[in-house]
Write a protein that binds this ligand. Structure first.
Ligand code: NAD
Ligand code: IPM
Ligand code: MN
Length: 346
């Protein structure tokens, strides 16, 4: 089979550190991968003023997949790199499914005390191209006492239905066959109504999938008190953002949380990245946990149909996670990467 063509965007802060380890693991898998690294992020922005030039965006469309570290830096005003680089990629490449597993691996400590791996095993399907992220809104009289700032959530029947359908298919493929909608229908009556009606209508085509509904506030509580309630979750862009950081925390920490920005129609490459950001507070110190990125590489392999390779990476991570509970000394980013790489290489 031909080489996998992979675009790599290390980005900012710990993004570059964790991507190095992810690529080591990818190489150890033995799949022929041709990588091209793109210098995008704070460095390029300061040097050239560019965030994501159109020619680069068009080039990126030609790859089989993209691996991203993280973007965002304290030296750049908030929103520039996040909106014009990361979100632009998600929107332009039509990553309407943001797939974020929340899974407690055996041996991993959770702040929930008594929880067992079978209690915390869900998949959050976060809508990736609409909602409050679409950028609708504006500001009037900025900087005056009469300032008015609006930020509107964009929800289309088309956009909601396609992600809901994906979520039902995902639920059908899992043993519990359960799908929970998370929203805030008691207050966000226009958008919430569209989401709830869409789930109800599509559910008629999936009689084997049980559905239920939680308001985002109550869902946040149950993530902590009764995570076993959840199997597959579908939710909008912002609720999905928030609930997956919470999910990461309950499943052992943000350093373990992987994600895929998926274009299920394969009209453009999907993009894989850890859930976490560039972590300026620990950047450059070798303290970042690369596991989330390595698990994102497993998701990438799986997306490309390299199921056996993906399983091998996930198994190596699972073994490493068991071992690290017993280990006394904490390891650097590179040491964790080396240890997982060694397991993958066998
Ligand atoms: P963050 O995820 O970068 O960090 C939150 C906390 O988690 C920090 O204390 C950090 O040290 C810790 N942490 C994160 N990843 C870790 C890892 N792999 N190992 C160990 N500890 C880890 O979130 P933030 O501080 O809110 O944001 C920092 C910057 O990253 C901002 O510019 C933000 O916009 C950006 N961001 C980017 C992405 C992305 O590129 N996908 C995601 C989230 C935040
Ligand atoms: C994430 C991040 C991004 C988001 C930011 C950096 C735009 O928090 O990937 O979860 O909100 O989606
Ligand atoms: Mn986030």
């Amino acid at each position: 089979s031909r080489n996998v063509r992979l675009a790599v965007i290390p980005g900012d802060g710990i993004g570059t550190e964790v991507v190095t380890e992810g690529l080591k693991v990818l190489e150890a898998v033995g799949t022929k991968v041709e990588t091209t690294t793109y210098d995008l992020g704070a460095g390029r922005y300061h040097r050239t003023g560019e965030v994501l030039p159109d020619v680069v965006l068009d080039e990126l469309r030609g790859y089989d997949a993209i691996l991203l570290g993280a973007v965002g830096d304290p030296s750049v005003p908030p929103g520039i790199l996040e909106r014009e680089l990361l979100l632009k990629l998600r929107f332009e490449l039509d990553h309407y499914v943001n797939l974020r597993p929340v899974k407690l691996f055996p041996g991993v400590a959770t702040p929930l005390g008594g929880s067992r791996p079978e209690d915390i095993d869900m998949v959050v399907i976060r809508e990736g191209t609409e909602g409050l992220y679409a950028g609708a809104g504006g500001v009037l009289r900025r900087g005056t006492p009469y300032e008015i700032a609006t930020q509107e959530s964009l929800n289309t029947a088309y956009g909601v239905e396609r992600v809901v359908r994906y979520a039902f298919e995902k639920a059908l493929g899992r043993p519990r066959r359960k799908l929970s909608l998370i929203h805030k229908t008691n207050v966000l009556t226009y958008a919430g109504d569209l989401w709830a009606r869409t789930v109800d209508r599509v559910s008629l085509e999936y009689p084997d999938v049980t559905t239920d509904y939680y308001h985002i506030d109550a869902a946040s509580m149950f993530f902590v008190t009764q995570p076993e309630r959840f199997d597959v979750i579908v939710t909008d862009n912002l609720f999905g953002d928030i609930i997956t950081d919470l999910g990461a925390a309950v499943a052992g920490g943000i350093g373990l949380a992987a994600s895929g920005n998926i274009n299920p129609d394969r009209t453009a490459p999907s993009m894989f990245e850890p859930v976490h950001g560039s972590a300026p507070d620990i950047a450059g110190q070798g303290k970042a946990d690369p596991t989330a990125t390595i698990l994102s590489v497993a998701m990438l392999l799986d997306h490309l149909g390299l199921t056996e390779e993906a399983a091998r990476v996930e198994k190596a991570v699972a073994e490493d996670l068991v071992e690290r509970q017993a280990a006394r000394a904490s390891r650097t980013t590179r040491e964790i990467g080396d240890d997982i790489t060694a397991r993958v290489a066998g």
